[in-house]
Design a protein around this ligand. Structure first.
Ligand code: FAD
Length: 288
């Protein structure tokens, strides 16, 4: 099934997960699959599985996990494909593997640049990869977008023009980078409308559990941290349980506002955390 069809009934709630690292211990793999059981029981519309986020190259980890989720839980999957890790022929054979596993959706990305800034693969921008994927078959292609503007973009106008090219290349739905200020998302939707970008835009929401991690991610990805959010992090930084609870409350507050505004959908960056994800899903259950 192509997950774009989920938007016939909005809002669409979906999850992102990370596959276990290739060198993960048996114990942590076991824990991962226990957590996955909980995440799957929350019945997301689909689960997207990262690839190479944070620098590791783990193609088979992503693919194996996608196959497992589809077969074991019957939930649709969206493997991420970061173009900078792929040559054209490697993409072709990867897509063949996906087809053989009856996987019809992919999230086409450029990928996080390595520290030396050198792109090893054949795709400089995600739109180049989208064109290649659409040439190769009948995939439903998702793309990423940035309410706080992508950090490498000249400005918000340039970023939206580039996004329009990506959508025109064949992207049928978008997922935003995480954001903590809903107004930025609403302003972004207005820019999309002005640019004639007319595909569903799911809001990417992450619940903060770790102050250092979120500050690093925000700096790396140019994500704005509002005063209200900074106050919360500063206040609870020495109390991990309180930080988790405050972060969850903040995420729920964001989602309630988004749902009230009629958002197309919410993509939860679960960080493989079943406790927080279950709480969020429980809190919004009657609002969907
Ligand atoms: P692009 O759409 O190519 O944009 C990158 C930059 O180039 C932007 O500044 C854009 O404005 C500019 N640009 C685009 N086209 C042109 C053009 N033709 N000319 C000039 N400039 C142009 N990374 C991973 O490695 N693995 C993952 O699994 C992963 N999952 C992610 C999931 C989501 C939902 C999101 C939002 C991000 C994810 N990332 C992942 C991170 C992503 O790879 C980075 O944000 C990356 O820096 C940009 O990827 P993109 O696909 O948006 O790139």
């Amino acid at each position: 099934m192509k997950v774009v069809d989920c938007f016939k009934e909005r809002p669409v709630i979906s999850f992102e997960i990370f596959p276990p690292r290739p060198n993960a211990s048996e114990k942590s793999i076991e824990r991962f699959y226990d957590n996955l059981d909980v995440l799957a029981s929350l019945k997301p519309a689909y689960i997207s599985v990262t690839y190479g986020a944070g620098g590791s190259d783990n193609k088979s980890g992503t693919l194996d996990l996608c196959r497992y989720i589809k077969q074991h839980y019957g939930i649709e999957v969206v493997p991420h494909i970061p173009g900078i890790n792929f040559t054209t022929s490697a993409v072709k054979s990867y897509l063949d593997e996906l087809k053989a596993s009856n996987i019809e959706n992919v999230l086409a990305l450029r990928g996080d640049l390595p520290e030396d800034g050198q792109i090893k693969g054949d795709f400089q921008y995600a739109s180049d990869l989208v064109t290649e994927i659409k040439r190769d078959g009948d995939f439903n292609v998702l793309g990423a977008c940035y309410p706080d503007v992508h950090p490498e973009a000249k400005d918000s106008v340039d970023d939206i023009k580039n996004l329009k090219c990506k959508v025109d290349a064949g992207v049928s739905q978008l997922i935003t980078q995480l954001f903590f200020e809903n107004e930025h998302y609403y302003q972004f939707l207005e820019r999309c409308e002005l640019a004639d970008i007319d595909v569903p835009v799911q809001a990417g929401i992450m619940s903060v559990v770790n102050e250092r991690q979120i500050k690093r991610m925000a700096t790396m990805n140019g994500v704005g941290l509002p005063q209200k959010f900074l106050r919360m992090m500063n206040h609870y930084q020495d109390n991990p349980v309180a930080m988790r609870d405050a972060g969850t409350a903040y995420a729920i507050d964001q989602i309630v506002d988004l749902l009230s505004e009629g958002v197309d959908g919410v993509h939860l960056y679960t960080m493989d955390n079943p406790v927080v994800t279950k709480r969020i899903c429980g809190a919004i259950e009657t609002l969907i």
